[in-house]
Write a protein that binds this ligand. Structure first.
Ligand SMILES: Cc1cc2nc3c(=O)[nH]c(=O)nc-3n(C[C@H](O)[C@H](O)[C@H](O)COP(=O)(O)OP(=O)(O)OC[C@H]3O[C@@H](n4cnc5c(N)ncnc54)[C@H](O)[C@@H]3O)c2cc1C
Length: 659
């Protein structure tokens, strides 16, 4: 930690307080220098800030803007701005990472060395997919192996807009691969279509890469002037159809890729805040803050690829929200460029009573109101101690009681997740053979103890994984309390390694759908928030509902229907469902249409049981039909009135939230 005398170095930019201006504050130099210290001594007090500056308000002198690592590219980030060079165009994640099946012996391996299970055979996983989803690993389906460039529609070009854009002097691209990559997120229907057709019906006509807030201001102004549509693009991890272009949009659609706006602009060690550009990717934000012994602690499961602006735009939630809060709890300040001006507050204060919170209009706006360009978040020193643990319970209900009691006592493990029996078994199957608790000698005895002596049934037991952060003493006290609560709910500690592996696998699980699609399995996850007293009902009723629907649609092979409780609150929890089925037998009709019909029935059931439209994935296009009943007629009217005021010409016409 720095002393109170330490001061900050402002790194290219500061906050402009004019509530309706197009701003001119961020002075990003095109040629950036080698890494600069973000925190400096107060002696260097020259300031380029306006009199409204947040720093002045808080008696902190910020230095003149200086950029941090990298050049005028996103080279200081872990993803190139030509993302399809590193990431898959029709599936999840890095090109070099994923599950592959040996065509001869059908062994499954996870490729690459980015993840712990990389380059290792997964014999248990092979057995699991064969038995649980009745997959025939000798029957690999063919899919498009590269984008169908020939069939990608020619771009609609608004000449007058293009003339204006030239003056902004930013990178632009009509390249079909750039456009296709930014035409979707990661919904099942999007990925399925890419694999089948090699393209999508309507894709952006142009991709632009503004470098900072000012570029965005100029872009939005010329888009508004020329009747052009802008769709902001962060990390592209949306699972709500939010990035899809409306099929009937006849105007030119521009995908505004924020990836070049990826710098931390300043860190304030006194107020414990950091101000960053909205395009910074989660893993980069945390890695750069860690150099200063700080973190935001915001870690959604998509954290490797999702962006700060995307988190704000979707009201994201990270797995460690118990300690650090959800994105709305972390947010101190945000700038959003709308087509009528920049929206922001004039101060960086911990709380404000100034009418309805303007931040809450921006949070969850899903790209419909403007472009989020800069964000100030709370930061904290990195935790002294990080410890994992896991607890097995004889049944889900006992696990639920444990979770409820942990929340009731307001204990704050950074993360605690309860997996049902299916996920418990699945988690074991994902481990390389030698790591499975059922295989290694030591754990053979543990299994014996749990099943024979304690009488746990392998087909009923479930597991909670726990991550604790804090000082050593805090973690120790917390762990003891958690173990006490688990013991009074029939739980047995299953060790640190199982807990740790559970969290490591989080990032790998996202790759599974791609191998499923290779062998005729469609899969997706969906989530909700629910009061504690309805939590078990939601879990059980949704599973029953899906089971009925599976029969109704003639799905012959076994389906996977499983859930977990991932986040806890004083008065409720977040529940995630995973549903997958093998469509190669008995299914007539489009498997994706059937999947959506079943998912819709499940969502109706969730809502009937007292659950919500979404805890953190957002509404986008796929959950629009439940928004009116969620927020009331009048509530929806308010949202529409804001949209009409802020964006009268519908520049931000992605069609999310409402029609
Ligand atoms: C495997 C996987 C795991 C996930 N896990 C989680 C999780 O744990 N928690 C969670 O909350 N979500 C999760 N998600 C969902 C997704 O990652 C989040 O919604 C995330 O916040 C989206 O960020 P993004 O940068 O990828 O945004 P994008 O997908 O690029 O965009 C999402 C929406 O936000 C808008 N948008 C993006 N950037 C801006 C901007 N700068 N200004 C204005 N609008 C913008 C877009 O126009 C779009 O409407 C997961 C998704 C996947 C595929």
């Amino acid at each position: 930690m720095s002393t109170a005398k330490e001061r900050l170095t402002a790194i290219s930019g500061h906050v402009n307080c004019n509530s309706k201006s197009y701003g001119s504050s961020s002075q990003t130099s095109p040629e950036l220098e080698s890494p600069q210290p973000l925190i400096k001594s107060p002696s260097s007090s020259s300031s380029s800030l306006s009199s409204h500056s947040i720093a002045t308000n808080n008696s902190i002198q910020l230095e003149k803007s200086k950029p941090i690592p990298g050049k005028d590219t996103n080279e200081n980030g872990s993803l190139p701005y030509k993302r399809h060079k590193l990431l898959k165009w029709n599936g999840w994640g890095y090109k070099d990472s994923g599950f592959t099946v040996d065509p001869n012996c059908h062994d499954i391996t996870f490729t690459g060395d980015r993840y712990k299970i990389g380059n290792r055979k997964l014999p248990l996983f092979k057995k699991w997919v064969e038995s649980t989803l009745s997959v025939d690993l000798s029957n690999k389906l063919t899919s498009q192996c590269q984008p169908d460039i020939e069939n990608i529609a020619k771009p609609i070009i608004n000449e007058s807009f293009m003339k204006d854009v030239k003056f902004i002097n930013i990178k632009t691209s009509f390249d079909p691969e750039d456009r296709l990559f930014r035409s979707h997120g990661h919904c099942l229907h999007e990925i399925f279509k890419l694999r089948e057709k090699g393209t999508l019906e309507r894709i952006p006509d142009l991709v632009v890469w503004p470098r900072n807030h000012d570029d965005v201001v100029k872009l939005v102004r010329v888009a508004d002037k020329n009747d052009v549509v802008i769709i902001p693009y962060g990390g592209g991890t949306s699972v709500s159809g939010a990035l899809e272009c409306p099929i009937n949009e006849k105007r030119m659609i521009v995908s505004l890729d924020t990836s070049k706006m990826n710098k931390i602009l300043w860190i304030d060690h006194i107020n414990l805040t950091a101000h960053a550009e909205a395009g910074i990717i989660g893993q980069d934000l945390e890695a750069q803050l860690a150099k200063y012994n700080l973190c935001t602690g915001h870690e959604p499961d998509s954290f490797e690829f999702s962006s700060l602006g995307g988190w704000v735009a979707t009201r994201a939630s990270g797995m460690k929200k118990n300690v650090y809060g959800n994105i709305e709890d972390l947010l101190i300040h945000v700038r959003m460029v709308s087509s009528i001006g920049t929206i922001e507050k004039n101060c960086n204060v911990p709380r404000i009573s100034s009418g309805p919170d303007i931040h809450h209009i921006i949070l969850g706006s899903e790209g419909t109101l403007g472009v989020i360009t800069e964000v100030t978040l709370k930061v904290r020193p990195l935790p002294e101690c990080k410890r994992y643990n896991s607890i097995v319970f004889p049944c889900f209900e006992d696990g639920y009681k444990f979770m409820r009691e942990v929340a009731r006592q307001r204990l704050k493990p950074a993360s605690v997740r309860l997996m049902d029996n299916q996920q418990f078994i699945f988690g074991q199957a994902l481990k390389p053979e030698a790591d499975s608790i059922w295989i290694s000698m030591k754990n053979f005895f543990k299994k014996l103890y749990i099943t024979k002596l304690k009488g746990f049934r392998v087909d009923e037991m479930c597991v909670a994984t726990i991550l604790m952060e804090g000082t050593i003493e805090e973690v120790e006290t917390l762990e003891n309390k958690l173990l006490d609560i688990s013991a009074s709910n029939n739980g047995l500690a299953a060790g640190e390694e199982n807990g740790k592996t559970g969290y490591m696998l989080t990032f790998v699980i996202a790759y599974i759908r791609d191998i499923g699609l290779d062998y005729g399995v469609v899969a997706e996850s969906f989530e909700t928030s629910v009061p504690w007293d309805r939590c078990l009902d939601v879990c059980n009723n949704v599973k029953d509902c899906i089971t009925r629907q599976v029969k109704k649609y003639g799905i012959k092979k076994p389906a996977l229907i499983t859930c977990r409780i991932t986040q806890t609150y004083d008065c409720g929890a977040c529940v995630y469902f995973y549903f997958a089925f093998n469509y190669l037998e008995g299914v007539t009709g489009d498997p994706v249409d059937i999947y959506h019909a079943i998912e819709n029935a499940a969502r109706d059931e969730i809502i009937a049981c007292g659950g919500s439209i979404s805890h953190h994935h957002g509404v986008g296009k796929v959950r629009k039909k439940w928004l009116r009943e969620t927020v009331s007629d009048t509530g929806l009217g308010v949202m529409k009135a804001i949209k009409n005021y802020v964006d009268p010409n519908n520049v931000f016409a992605n069609g999310n939230l409402m029609s």
